[in-house]
Design a protein around this ligand. Structure first.
Ligand code: FAD
Ligand code: SF4
Ligand code: SF4
Length: 468
């Protein structure tokens, strides 16, 4: 049988139907589809795909097990590298990472590594393949605090619990998971079925998770270390502080940050109002400003909340859209209208203070700027108005400054990110480590997990030396 140059297609909900519900868009491979896709992997000795994975997953190793139908074995290989394979299989930007380096991508389509990772993790879960457990921490085990329960914090916590430390995760929100629960929508990443299961597994490792605790307010890091006996701290507070454009009219009712919009919907389940207490206003016509994953998530959420027309307004062209290709493709299929090479200059409102229009200016691409992308330049006199009643700003986020401001001697850069060693996560404060978006700025789930893993190894070494 000749090798197919095409990936086995992923079954999906119909585009029109799914635009009106919050159920997962992609349905996952069947056993037959997974075996067909696994058979495409050439089991390359040099495994170039691995160099594209920030945590170096043994890709031929796990796919090799799948080829023989050994899902439990494949799951064990995966879990050795990646504590959240069901999450990464769904949300990693694979086309920029592992799959970009797959030899098959030179002539056709790469092996669907992410899809097989998801299949393995989901099937192992459905078959109740026994998960790793850790012996309870010894009574005299050293105490480690993890601030924030996103992918960086969860990974570091799991790694430290497996090494025998007594780990407590402090989370400001009422539900652990970070962006996995408050940012990425249910239709891309099911919360109860996927994220909660991973968090339950962490609790089985002995990790204590305390929610509704805001570090910097409820306790400071100095109090945790000096009064509560924590000998090492890992800060993983993410980048949840939204940026606005600073254009006139951002104060009108109907202007949201994507962060607030998505949190209301995902975490507070506003789409089930009044059954759930948090309301959300999404008029008939919505403009989402930005071109990343956050913008796609906000646009597709607005559609599902009943908006008749949803625009993505982005100042560069399609080639520069930072969102994952799959998300752009799905958004288009669902009917999102891409207003590319357009930049908002003002939000116009009515006498009662509600948004009525978004004034934009057309852009053209000039010479490459410092980021290597061609610089967008305004076309004079090309302003026009879009009639909208909601504007959602999705132009980026920075770190919340609370922990940085309340921790003495912690170095931060000019953007407010904590300065930490790229290999160890060590900060300017002894015993305090940091990783994930709070260090790098908004990035990806797998990079945050990689940072959590490296910091855990460094904290282990630090704590062992401290005990000597
Ligand atoms: P977070 O996930 O942000 O977690 C930080 C946690 O710390 C939060 O729970 C927060 O409440 C808590 N916290 C903050 N301050 C305090 C405090 N003072 N005390 C206690 N707790 C605190 N990446 C991908 O790879 N693929 C995608 O498809 C993708 N889509 C995205 C969609 C959206 C809408 C967003 C917002 C991001 C997306 N990302 C995606 C990026 C990815 O989710 C992040 O890079 C990743 O979650 C960062 O992990 P983290 O652990 O550093 O921080
Ligand atoms: Fe690819 Fe992400 Fe899995 Fe690594 S963790 S192999 S980058 S899907
Ligand atoms: Fe398989 Fe592609 Fe990796 Fe080769 S490069 S081992 S074909 S996934």
């Amino acid at each position: 049988m000749s090798l197919s140059l095409k990936k086995t297609p992923m079954p999906e909900q119909d585009a029109i139907e799914r635009g009106h519900n919050f159920k997962e868009v992609t349905l996952g491979y069947s056993e037959e589809q997974a075996l067909i896709e696994a058979a495409r992997c050439l089991q390359c000795k040099t495994a170039p795909c691995r160099q594209g994975c920030p945590v170096g997953v043994d890709i031929p190793g796990f796919i090799g097990k799948l080829k023989t139908g050994d899902v439990a074995g494949a799951s064990e290989v995966l879990k050795g590298y990646n504590g959240l394979p069901a999450v990464c299989g769904r949300v990693c930007p694979q086309e920029e990472q592992c799959e970009k380096y797959c030899v098959l991508a030179k002539k056709g389509e790469a092996v669907g590594i992410g899809r097989l990772e998801r299949y393995t993790a989901d099937t192992a879960r459905h078959q109740a393949v026994p998960q790793e457990e850790a012996a309870p921490a010894a009574a005299d085990a050293q105490k480690v605090a993890v601030i924030g329960s996103g992918p960086a914090g969860l990974t570091a916590a799991g790694e430290m619990a497996k090494r025998g430390y007594k780990v407590t995760v402090f989370e400001a929100l009422h539900r652990p998971g970070g962006v996995l629960v408050y940012g990425i929508p249910e239709f891309r990443l099911p919360k109860d079925e996927v994220v909660q299961v991973e968090i339950d597994a962490l609790r089985k490792l002995g990790v204590d998770i305390e929610v509704n605790v805001v570090i910097g307010q409820t306790y400071t890091i100095d109090e945790l270390m000096e009064e509560e006996g924590f000998e090492a701290v890992f800060i993983a507070t993410g980048a949840g502080l939204p940026h606005f454009m600073g254009i006139p009219g951002e104060q009108y009712n109907g202007v949201y940050s994507a962060n607030e919009f998505l949190t209301r919907c995902n975490l507070m389940k506003a789409y089930r109002f009044p059954e759930c207490a948090t309301p959300i206003h999404v008029g008939r016509r919505v403009a989402v400003v930005g071109g990343g994953n956050v913008a796609m998530d906000a646009a597709r959420t607005a559609l599902r909340l009943g908006a008749e027309k949803v625009y993505i307004v982005y100042r560069r062209s399609e080639a520069e859209l930072p969102a994952r290709l799959e998300e752009v493709h799905h958004a288009k299929e669902e009917g999102v209208d891409f207003q590319l090479l357009n930049n908002p200059v003002e939000i116009l409102g009515d006498d009662e203070g509600w948004v009525r229009q978004l004034r934009c200016i057309r852009m053209t691409l000039g010479e490459p700027d410092a980021s290597g992308r061609r610089r967008p330049e305004a076309v004079p006199g090309s302003e026009f108005e879009l009639d909208v009643d909601t504007v959602i700003m999705a132009i980026g986020q920075g770190p919340n400054p609370l922990v940085q401001q309340t921790t003495k001697g912690l170095d931060v850069n000019r953007r407010g990110n904590i300065v930490a060693d790229a290999e160890t996560g060590a900060t300017s404060r002894e015993g305090v480590f940091a990783g994930g978006d709070v260090v790098t700025g908004a990035a990806t789930v797998i990079l945050a997990m990689g940072a959590g893993k490296k910091a855990a190894a460094a904290m282990d070494e630090y704590l062992q030396n401290k005990r000597k």
